[in-house]
Ligand binder design. Structure first.
Ligand SMILES: [Zn+2]
Length: 80
């Protein structure tokens, strides 16, 4: 025999994403126009000055383009 009970499960659901650099809203459940953005997450290790810290940020495409212009070497680009 199986018994069932009703449970309410609460999950963290992504509702909005803001660009860390310019502050623009780049994702929302209510925005109909889909835009892409870069999502960076880094867990720093023992050989850094941020050991055990996890850093995360999001950038809109415009801020990403501005950022990579400052790179000495451009990101590697490939297509699927
Ligand atoms: Zn931005």
């Amino acid at each position: 025999m199986q018994k069932f009970e009703k449970k309410i499960i609460k999950n963290n659901v992504l509702s909005e994403v803001y660009c860390n650099k310019c502050g623009k809203l780049i994702y929302s459940d209510e925005i109909k126009e889909k835009v892409d953005y870069i999502d960076v997450s880094k867990e720093w290790g023992y050989f850094s000055n941020k050991d055990m810290e996890i850093h995360h940020f999001d950038l809109c495409e415009q801020c990403y383009d501005e950022l990579i212009k400052t790179f000495k070497f451009q990101p590697t680009k490939t297509k699927k």
